[in-house]
Design a protein around this ligand. Structure first.
Ligand code: GTP
Ligand code: MG
Length: 135
C-alpha cells in the first residue's frame, strides 16, 4: 500500500466542506493516517510548491494557501496517490468531471479545494514537510 499527502485548502475550510472531502476519502476505502488543521508558514508553502516557483501565478498561489487555515492529511491505501487524484478531478475545476471534488465544488483554477501528491517522490517529500513525525 501507498501514502499520499492531501490538503483541504483554505477555500475548502472557509466553505465548510472539510467533512465532505474526508467523507469521500473514507467512502472510497482509503485510510486516514494523520490529520491536522493549521496555518501554513510562508516558508513551508514556498517549499511545498517549489516546482511552480518560476511561474507567473506563484505569488498568488502562496498567498492563497497561506491565507487561512487548511487541513493536512496523510492518506493510505492501494495506489492512494492515483486514487485520491481521481477523487479530486482535473486541476481546472471547470474541466473536472461532475462527481469529483473539484467538479462538484469549484469553478476557479486558483481555488480548487484540494491538493493531492502527484508521485511517490512528491508524496514522500510532502509528508516529511507537513508531518515530520509520521514520515
Ligand atoms: P495540486 O494538487 O494543488 O498540486 O494541483 P495539481 O497537481 O492538480 O496542479 P499543479 O500542481 O499543476 O498546480 C498547483 C496548483 O496551482 C493548482 O492546484 C492550482 O490551484 C494552481 N494553478 C495551476 N495553474 C494555475 C494557473 O494558471 N493560475 C492560477 N491562478 N493558479 C494555477
Ligand atoms: Mg500538483
Amino acid at each position: 500500500s501507498e501514502r499520499t499527502l492531501v490538503l483541504v485548502k483554505p477555500d475548502g475550510v472557509r466553505r465548510a466542506i472539510v467533512g465532505e472531502v474526508i467523507s469521500r476519502i473514507e467512502r472510497k476505502g482509503l485510510k486516514l493516517v494523520a490529520l491536522e488543521l493549521k496555518n501554513l508558514p510562508r516558508e513551508t508553502a514556498e517549499s511545498h510548491y517549489a516546482e511552480h516557483s518560476g511561474k507567473p501565478f506563484f505569488g498568488e498561489l502562496v498567498d492563497f494557501i497561506t491565507g487561512g487555515p487548511l487541513v493536512a492529511l496523510v492518506v493510505e491505501g492501494p495506489r492512494a496517490i492515483e486514487a485520491f487524484r481521481a477523487l479530486a478531478g482535473a486541476t481546472d475545476p471547470v474541466k473536472a468531471a461532475p462527481g469529483t471534488i473539484r467538479g462538484d465544488f469549484a469553478l476557479e483554477i486558483g481555488e480548487n479545494i484540494v491538493h493531492g501528491s502527484d508521485s511517490p517522490e512528491s508524496a514522500e517529500r510532502e509528508i516529511k514537510l507537513f508531518f515530520p513525525e509520521v514520515a
